[in-house]
Design a protein around this ligand. Structure first.
Ligand SMILES: Cc1cc2nc3c(=O)[nH]c(=O)nc-3n(C[C@H](O)[C@H](O)[C@H](O)COP(=O)(O)OP(=O)(O)OC[C@H]3O[C@@H](n4cnc5c(N)ncnc54)[C@H](O)[C@@H]3O)c2cc1C
Length: 483
């Protein structure tokens, strides 16, 4: 009997037989996240229902010296929840209770498996909502959002997940339940909350999250502006921000992304547009009205040939439908695609988009661009056909070269999708060995045995000391199939 068999029996005894999966066919359900070209079948899947059960699973892993990986809804796009072949995948999706909504404190307390949009649904009757809104918000979990420090269209004005989490309970990698932060603002001491948010499951497993709620704005106004091309749309974005207006969102789609969205959801964007901007303003009605006129004028001055103003919630939803469905929509115009995620300074948008076009032409692939223009967070979608020999490699080369462009222009290798398994290889392009070793010191302070989500974030094996028997990150994916 292997150690893993013994571990599975222990987990069944502690959690219940229905909460532990070892059947190979059933395990395959969990072999990848949203980045489906990396696949590893886990040895065991555990489905805890409570924080105490999650702690029991981690404790059992620690005692058996078996690595574990947290998974929420599995929508991640960097392979963060890619399982370990000899490890336990701990799925928090069953922990879906909203434990409390406290409008008087502007807080909600939720379990990690709660779906992002459910927080807003619970808060809306009280006049509040949860501001971070990834396009996957109908399915992604708050635990995953915390681990990835997820962003969304409205993070331009309201900030990323890290600005909306004030407290956490989590299972530390030694199996103990700990609390950091709470309902109050800004606790003294080291900012452990800031370290945990964005740590991609490498510092522990969140089991309860206290989030900040935001008051619903008095007024929301949305426009869709069509431009001949991305240069004009980029110029409009810069002009709006330079004028001192901070919209709730400025989103851009280029011609190919529009074509895909039309094919998928018939969003009816203006014909002939080389690029569209969705600009949304929110706040006090008088302020929104004044700034909306200003934004409309700036779009016209930058070359918009058609501007539509959402007359009601239905039309506003239609504007957003095209944008929010864009990733999946690309499947209508290409059998395969890579979703890239990088950041550049907003002012570099026109140059970088032109260079992406050049790269696509050089490599003989198409690239659709759909992104959070306001904060310079690009999402180039590199289209390819895996059935055509060499095309996947050319797409991968284009995607990597786009990341180099982002760094060259003073940006970063990821805006919001995280490093995970996929981008670990790009970390040395941004960080020197000293930087990476310093990050590793932090990781070791939480997880000296390297059992929590090994093989993610860091490009090369890094150990917390050389004690024998410690898990080596180099062994993290011995059986990974890369498709
Ligand atoms: C169509 C589509 C659109 C998207 N749009 C956006 C977007 O606009 N903005 C954006 O930021 N992202 C976006 N994403 C990416 C993804 O939805 C986010 O990264 C999301 O936060 C992942 O949540 P999840 O529950 O699916 O996490 P998973 O994919 O299950 O896990 C992601 C990471 O979190 C860790 N993790 C999960 N739960 C926990 C926990 N309880 N404690 C500790 N670690 C944990 C995992 O180990 C993994 O490293 C999009 C994805 C898709 C498919």
């Amino acid at each position: 009997m292997t150690d893993l068999d013994a571990l599975a029996r222990r987990l069944r005894a502690e959690l219940g037989p229905d909460q532990v999966i070892t059947d190979r066919q059933e395990l395959r359900t969990y072999e990848c996240d949203g980045l489906a070209h990396y696949r590893v079948v886990p040895a065991i899947v555990a489905l805890p229902h409570t924080a105490a059960q999650t702690a029991a699973v981690v404790k059992a892993c620690v005692e058996a010296r078996v690595p574990f990986v947290a998974r929420g809804s599995g929508t991640g796009l960097s392979g963060g929840a890619l399982p370990h072949a000899d490890g336990v995948l701990i799925v928090t999706a069953q922990m879906r209770r909203i434990l409390g909504v406290a409008p008087e404190d502007e807080r909600a307390v939720v379990e990690p498996g709660v779906i992002n949009l459910q927080v807003t649904r619970a808060a809306t009757p009280h006049g509040y909502y949860y501001a971070p809104d990834p396009s996957s918000q109908q399915i992604c979990s708050i635990g995953g959002n915390v681990a990835e420090n997820s962003g969304g269209a409205h993070c331009l004005k309201y900030g990323f997940t890290t600005n909306h989490v004030t407290g956490l309970q989590f299972v530390a990698p030694d199996g103990n339940l700990v609390r950091i932060g709470g309902r109050a603002e800004d606790p003294p001491g080291y900012d452990l909350l800031g370290a945990f948010v964005g740590s991609e499951g490498t510092l522990g497993i969140a089991t309860e999250v206290t989030v900040r709620l935001t008051r619903l704005p008095e007024s929301v106004r949305t426009l869709l502006a069509a431009f001949p091309g991305v240069d004009q749309a980029g110029a409009a974005t810069s002009a709006i921000i330079a004028a001192g207006v901070v919209p709730a969102a400025i989103e851009m789609m280029d011609a190919l992304a529009i074509e895909a969205a039309e094919a998928a959801v018939a969003c009816g964007y203006p014909a002939g547009a080389g690029a569209v901007l969705i600009v949304e303003l929110d706040g006090p009605a008088a302020e929104v009205a004044a700034q909306f006129d200003q934004v409309t004028a700036l779009c016209e001055q930058s070359g918009a040939f058609e501007i539509r103003i959402a007359a009601d919630d239905a039309e506003r939803a239609l504007f957003w439908k095209g944008r929010k469905s864009a990733f999946a929509a690309v499947g209508r115009i290409s059998p395969d695609y890579i979703v890239q995620d990088g950041v550049i300074p907003r002012t570099a948008l026109p140059q970088v988009l032109r260079k992406i076009d050049d790269l696509a032409a050089e490599n003989g692939v198409r690239v659709a661009n759909v992104f959070h223009a306001g904060d310079g967070n690009l999402h180039p979608l590199v289209l390819f056909d895996d059935g055509v020999p060499g095309e996947a490699e050319r797409a991968e080369a284009t995607s990597g070269a786009i990341i180099d462009l982002c760094i060259e222009y003073g940006g970063s290798i990821t805006g919001e999708h995280g490093v995970g398994a996929d981008k670990a290889k790009y970390m040395p392009r941004m960080f020197g060995d000293d930087d990476l070793d310093t990050m590793q010191l932090l990781r070791c302070a939480f997880d000296p045995d390297g059992l929590a989500n090994p093989g993610k974030i860091f490009p090369t094996p890094r150990l917390c000391g050389e004690r024998p028997g410690r898990h080596r990150a180099a062994d993290a994916f011995p059986d990974a199939e890369v498709f």
